[in-house]
Each structure stands twice: as structure tokens, then as C-alpha cells.
Write a protein that binds this ligand. Structure first.
Ligand code: GA4
Length: 331
């Protein structure tokens, strides 16, 4: 029997659980970036909403280096890490996700990628023993992943016959792009008995608000996606590949053709999970609306007009599991 400290018990009582659902799903589309057919495959994959990218060209050394740095930080005593938070919204966070009461069995580092000097992440960087090294490792990793995301968006533009082909990628490459980066650490949940056979939620169900999210995790399972019929299935981990999520903004830009799929992460009973996610967002003033060239004759937008800034503001007023696009759907 595992005896829990009072503190751990108190932590657990805040947490959400779910029914042990989620058989391993083998239907995640795979896009091989070296495949001559990639532009067609990637469009089909975006219609599904979640897919895996192989032959991505991101150097493994950037991944392992940053992962090791992050683990070194997460392995510090809790009281020390607490001194580097709380996130506002950037910086180090523990169990609390966002500003509106969501919690999960998780600790994380959330950073703005185009503004590493952002005041809200300052206390995190000043806390680090070697902030320059951490910054450099984040920078190498994020630059490589952003490059890959840009290539992916150009392939998508080719597949959709959007011109010029940098119409989408420029949104991420823009100096003002409002992208962020998150390193999530899900400690193992040693005491499954506490939950009467239910699973402990690491990161509750949600869709990503941005255009595209690029996730890499270690070899621990936990990520689940919600299929169209409402069933939750587990995504087999693959530490050598990247998983892509279409974000709400991309769903709108394609007038619902691409799908922003609900996903969540469950805690593992014995292994810790570490994931690193780049959320590619447009500049704040960018209008988010269906691309004219994708609209059939007479087709109307399913959404009211809004800017990324408006969508983001509304997202930060919502709870994690809310259907955020609902407010912007035309009735
Ligand atoms: C979900 C996707 C990204 O992790 C994130 C999250 C953000 C946060 O953790 O600060 C949000 C969440 C996410 C959507 C609704 C709001 C904002 C927490 C929350 C309750 C960084 C993002 O961009 O949106």
C-alpha cells in the first residue's frame, strides 16, 4: 500500500477524474514530410484534425537537450520551484491551469516565444541557475519547430491551392506572431486506489485556440483525443515524431473544413510524462476569417468576424473545457 502524505491527499482532492476509457487508437493519420504526396495527405490529415509528422527535420539533439534541462528544473524541490511562479500567465505553474479555476495533475512552464523578456515570465528566468543556457535551449528548439510548422503550413497552402504559398506560414513567421511554448510535466500518479478505478486528469479536455500546435512527448502515454462520435481514445506515444493539432483559428480560416479536435491528458500510474508544445498563433491584430479562395460560390462564413486579439481575450475568460468558438458561431 502506498501511504500518502496529508499534502498529497489535499492535492488529490482538488483533482478531476474520468472513467477509464480510451483504447489505444491506431487511426492517427501520419504525414511523411519526404513523401511526394505530402501536400495531399496533410490536407486530409487536417480534416481529421490531429496527425503525426515523421521525417520532420528537427534535430534530435535540440529535443534531448531541452528535455534534460526541463527535467532538471522539474526535479527541484517543490518549495524552490514555487518561488519561480505563479504564472501570469507566463512562467512556472503547478496544478492550476489558466486564470479561471481549472486544475490538473500537472506542473508546467509557459513562455511567450516572441518575447522571452515578457515581464510575466521574468521571475521564472531570474529564478534559474543558468537562465542564458535555458533560453538558448528553448530558442534552438522553438526555432526548429517553428520552421517545421512553417513548412507544414506551406504544404497545406499547396494542397489547398492557396496563393501565395506563404499566406499561412507568414502568420507564424511574423515578428509580431503571438505564439507560445509550453513544457508540461505530469508526475506519475502512484495511488490509483484513491480514485476507485477512475483515471486522474493531467490536463482537462479542451481545444487549442491558435492556428496550429506542435507537440512532442517522451514515451509515456496519456494523450487522448475525442472522436466525432464522442468516444475518447488514447494516442500511442512516439518520442521521435511530432503530433499536430489543428487549432480553433485554423478551423475558422477553413470555414470548418479543418477540425480543431478536443484532447486531454491522463496521468500515468507509474511513469512521468513530459511534453513540449509550440502553439503557433497569428499577430494580435490579425483578422481570423475563412480564406476567400477556399469559399465555394455562395458559401457563407459559419463564424462572425473577429481578430485574434478578441478571440484570445475571450479564451482567457473561459474555462478550459468550454466550447470557445460557440460565442463566434453564426446562429
Ligand atoms: C489551451 C492551449 C494552451 O495550453 C494555452 C492554454 C491557456 C493557459 O494555460 O494559459 C488557457 C487554455 C489554453 C484555453 C482557455 C484559457 C487559456 C487556459 C485557460 C483556461 C496556453 C492557450 O493558449 O489556451
Amino acid at each position: 500500500m502506498v501511504v500518502l502524505s496529508q499534502a498529497a491527499l489535499e492535492d488529490y482532492t482538488l483533482m478531476k477524474t474520468c472513467k477509464p476509457t480510451g483504447s489505444m487508437f491506431n487511426g492517427i493519420p501520419v504525414v511523411d514530410l519526404s513523401d511526394p504526396e505530402a501536400k495531399t495527405l496533410v490536407v486530409k490529415a487536417c480534416e481529421f484534425g490531429v496527425f503525426k509528422v515523421v521525417n520532420h527535420g528537427v534535430p534530435m539533439e535540440f529535443i534531448t537537450k531541452l528535455e534534460a534541462e526541463a527535467l532538471r528544473f522539474f526535479n527541484l524541490p517543490q518549495c524552490e520551484k514555487d518561488r519561480s511562479g505563479p504564472p501570469q500567465p507566463f512562467g512556472y505553474g503547478n496544478k492550476r491551469i489558466g486564470p479561471n479555476g481549472d486544475v490538473g495533475w500537472i506542473e508546467y512552464i509557459l513562455l511567450h516565444t516572441n518575447n522571452l523578456d515578457d515581464i510575466s515570465q521574468k521571475s521564472f528566468f531570474t529564478f534559474l541557475e543558468n537562465p542564458e543556457m535555458f533560453r538558448a535551449d528553448v530558442d534552438h528548439y522553438v526555432s526548429a519547430v517553428k520552421k517545421m510548422a512553417g513548412e507544414l503550413l506551406e504544404l497545406i497552402a499547396d494542397g489547398l491551392e492557396i496563393e501565395p504559398r506563404n499566406m499561412l506560414s507568414r502568420l507564424l513567421r511574423d515578428e509580431e506572431s503571438d505564439s507560445c511554448f509550453r513544457i508540461n510535466h505530469y508526475p506519475p500518479c502512484l495511488d490509483l486506489q484513491t480514485f476507485s478505478g477512475r483515471n486522474l486528469i493531467g490536463f482537462g479536455e479542451h481545444t487549442d485556440p491558435q492556428i496550429i500546435s506542435v507537440l512532442r512527448s517522451n514515451n509515456t502515454s496519456g494523450l487522448q483525443i475525442c472522436l466525432r462520435d464522442g468516444t475518447w481514445v488514447s494516442v500511442p506515444p512516439d518520442q521521435t515524431s511530432f503530433f499536430i493539432n489543428v487549432g480553433d483559428s485554423f478551423q475558422v480560416m477553413t470555414n470548418g473544413r479543418f477540425k480543431s479536435v478536443k484532447h486531454r491528458v491522463l496521468a500515468h500510474h507509474s511513469k512521468s510524462r513530459l511534453s513540449m508544445i509550440f502553439f503557433g498563433g497569428p499577430p494580435l491584430n490579425e483578422k481570423i476569417a475563412p480564406l476567400a479562395s477556399l469559399m465555394a460560390e455562395g458559401e457563407e462564413s459559419l463564424y462572425k468576424e473577429f481578430s485574434w486579439c478578441e478571440y484570445k481575450r475571450s479564451a482567457y475568460k473561459s474555462r478550459l473545457g468550454d466550447h470557445r468558438l460557440g460565442l463566434f458561431e453564426k446562429s
